[in-house]
Write a protein that binds this ligand. Structure first.
Ligand code: BJW
Ligand code: ZN
Length: 243
């Protein structure tokens, strides 16, 4: 029973020396951001290959941009929830901690997490395919259905700063997360189906180092078989009780 396991999991976190936290879409669901693979999730309504691949962007940049603008507006409108805040608070009691998220919604950062790696990018940023210029669109969006680069008359095509299927994750971000996980004694996995690689390797690397693993999810995931504590429930309810 989840309720019985909470005090032990809490103790484990309290005494952990190095903590890797690995989060996915489920942590933002209570904020109102849809997940991907659940019934009613994004991949129920939209085909991956139509929106989340570089090929889709070269074929239909207008539609892909429309989809990301819609999701960016939503991400700006919603608020971090008690789970995001609980993880930000964990940084104040544990200094050796890294939050490695697959989420692009910017909510961990807005909740105050600083030791943060956004493995799949950040929807508030766009970058130029020609010169690499990175634009922060958290305040103002670039003009145009398919925005072009505002940097020194470059005029190259801008794209959302997210990692699509078949694309490499930023090597330094991935390496930092893998290295940290490999040295951790505690791994907290929250709201991910654990199906997307290479990110999903993180808990396995921690396990290989002997880390104890705590998972918070409303349903079992691909990672559940290796965890020490599976806490079934909503992240917004459980995380504030764990930290
Ligand atoms: C709750 C809750 C509540 C609900 N509380 N919980 C090895 C093996 C097999 C395949 C591959 C492999 N290596 C690479 C691949 C291919 C591919 C891949 O992994 N495919 C698998 C799906 C089969 N990977 C890639 O293509 C990656 N790139 C790569 O490997 O490149 C290699 C390369 C090398 C050299 C040169 C070139 C290339 C890139 C992956 C990018 C993923 N991108 C996306 C989209 C980002 C942009 C966008 O959002 O539009 O990232 S896909 C999507 O999935 C998004 C997410 O970050 C990611 C993970 O999803 P997540 O977070 O787990 O969400 P869900 O919906 O799956 O789960 C939600 C969970 O929450 C559920 O469990 C619920 O129960 C739970 N939940 N409410 C707690 N309240
Ligand atoms: Zn440019």
């Amino acid at each position: 029973m989840t309720e019985d396991k909470i005090p032990e999991a809490r103790e484990l976190i309290l005494h952990a020396k190095k903590i890797i936290v690995f989060t996915g879409a489920g942590i933002s669901k209570e904020s109102g951001v849809p997940t991907f693979r659940e019934a009613g999730g994004l991949w129920d309504k939209f085909k991956v290959e139509d929106f989340a691949t570089p090929e889709a962007f070269s074929r239909r940049p207008r539609e892909v941009w429309e989809w990301y603008r819609f999701r960016r507006k939503l991400a700006k409108k919603v608020q971090p929830n008690s789970a995001h805040y609980a993880l930000a608070k964990l940084e104040t009691t544990h200094s050796d901690i890294l939050l490695s998220t697959q989420n692009i919604d910017n909510l961990h950062s807005r909740a105050g997490s600083k030791n943060l790696v956004e493995l799949h990018g950040n929807i508030m940023h766009s970058y130029c395919l020609k010169c690499g210029y990175m634009a922060d669109e958290s305040e103002n969006e670039l003009p145009g259905d398919i925005p072009t680069c505002p940097h020194e008359n470059c005029d190259g095509l801008m794209r959302p700063n997210v990692v699509w299927f078949g694309e490499q994750l930023i090597p330094e971000d991935l390496e930092r997360s893998f290295q940290f996980a490999s040295e951790s004694d505690c791994c907290l996995v929250v709201g991910t189906s654990g199906q997307v690689y290479p990110a999903a390797q993180i808990p396995y690397l921690a396990k290989r180092n002997g880390a104890r693993i705590i998972e918070v999810n409303t349903e079992p995931s691909a990672i559940t078989s290796i965890v020490d504590y599976f806490l079934k429930g909503q992240a917004g309810d459980l995380l504030p009780r764990l930290v």
